[in-house]
Design a protein around this ligand. Structure first.
Ligand code: ADP
Ligand code: MG
Length: 365
């Protein structure tokens, strides 16, 4: 019989549609130890399926249920592989925080849909699963997002320091930590999503490695000026966004075929940079430093532009001992740990909901 360590899995699949990030952590009150991790990549056909499910289509009910099973199977395989590799029995793990793949996020209509069959995941792993983290906050009047800043606050806040935690996933989002508190947290705008979409259409690549293609291009000033007029960027927080807004349709409405395609990539990258800069300038007054995580932090050119434009010290979470690609999945492991002890884990001051709520549904093994 193994000791009951405070072990949790966190599972995140974000808007970039690159795949499923799984991390196994051991939690103590102020320290997280990463035991192991696994990235389960999406194939092109899975990405296409998710893209199709992200807008209304014929028979989407059956399609989404089918995909939920596929997603759970892929996740269970990743988790079982990690258990085996680390000689850990399922009974030694307290829970899995299973975010699922977002296919619709409509807080204004009262719902958000993350798919992934938690019943099957519990069945295949024999571990307690927590999923559906967003809907309770939404019905309490909130955006159901962001949920990760509370985790940032617990593990990255510093006394006498104003830190911005910047996550550059498909969408970019920030948390503003002032001393021990989290003052703000919202989605800045597009992170990698438009960059990925454009290079995929032009070069059949899933992303622009290190931003090399964007680096070859020149910013198109008129186009950039139009991009930054996007209504989402003007909105005040609390606000959240996703593929509903920033997608192929968004690109199509800008008649981008008129321009050199590398210049468009460069201009889209500048949009990501400027939307982050604007969010920090307007809402994170007096920030001392920016700590970056998410896949966009692997884009050397994007990071270079951020350093140049923002003019504040910028480092990656790796320098604080947390690998930047694991932060989001770790956050959902931690949120699940809160759910399982009945502690509230939303951030009403950030999401706009009426008050503290315990997020998630629990599925027993
Ligand atoms: N080496 C790299 N160069 C440029 N971009 C990268 C690199 N590695 C990852 N990315 C970007 O990060 C994205 C994945 O980031 P991730 O944090 O997983 O986002 P999400 O949470 O939306 O899935 C990829 O789609 C890609 O755009
Ligand atoms: Mg991802």
């Amino acid at each position: 019989m193994q000791d009951k360590k405070n072990l949790f899995f966190g599972v995140m699949s974000g808007t970039s549609l690159d795949g499923i990030d799984i991390v196994l952590i051991e939690l103590s009150s102020k320290i997280i130890n990463i035991v192991d991790s696994e990235h389960v990549p999406y194939t092109k056909s899975i990405r296409d399926k998710i893209l199709k499910l992200s807008s209304p289509s014929l028979d989407e009910l059956e399609e989404s249920q089918n995909f939920a099973l596929v997603h759970a199977r892929m996740t269970a395989n990743g988790i079982n592989k990690l258990l085996k590799k680390n000689s850990i029995s399922p009974s030694a793990v307290r829970g899995i925080g299973y975010h699922g793949q977002t296919i619709r996020h409509r807080p204004e209509k009262g719902f958000s849909v993350q798919i992934g069959n938690a019943h099957l995941l519990a069945e295949k792993t024999n571990i307690t699963v927590v999923n559906d983290f967003r809907n309770r906050d939404i019905v309490a009047g909130g955006q159901g997002a962001p949920l990760v800043p509370l985790f940032h606050q617990s593990f990255f806040s510093l006394k006498q320091n104003k830190r911005v935690i910047l996550n550059i996933g498909g969408i970019s989002n920030i948390s503003f930590l002032v001393n021990d508190a989290v003052l703000l947290g919202f989605d800045c705008g597009p992170g990698n999503i438009l960059l990925d979409q454009w290079i995929y259409g032009k070069k059949n690549l899933t992303f622009d490695n290190d931003g090399q293609w964007a680096r070859d291009g020149e910013v198109i000033p008129d186009l950039l000026n139009t991009f930054i007029q996007d209504p989402y960027l003007k909105k005040l927080p609390p606000k959240s966004t996703g593929r509903e807004t920033f997608n192929a349709g968004w690109l199509n409405k800008h008649q981008l075929e008129l321009y050199d395609s590398a210049d468009v990539q460069r201009t889209l990258l500048e949009l990501t940079v400027l939307s982050i800069q604007d969010a920090i300038d307007r809402f994170c007054l007096g920030a001392d430093e920016i700590i970056v995580c998410g896949g966009g932090s692997e884009n050397g050119f994007l990071m270079e532009r951020l350093v140049k434009i923002i003019g504040l010290p910028i480092k990656k979470t790796d320098e604080l001992g947390v690998p930047s690609q694991h932060v989001e999945a770790m956050a959902f492991a931690w949120l699940a740990s809160k759910t399982l002890i009945g502690e509230s884990n939303n951030s009403p001051n950030l999401t706009g909901s009426k008050g503290p709520r315990i997020l998630g549904i629990v599925y027993y093994p």
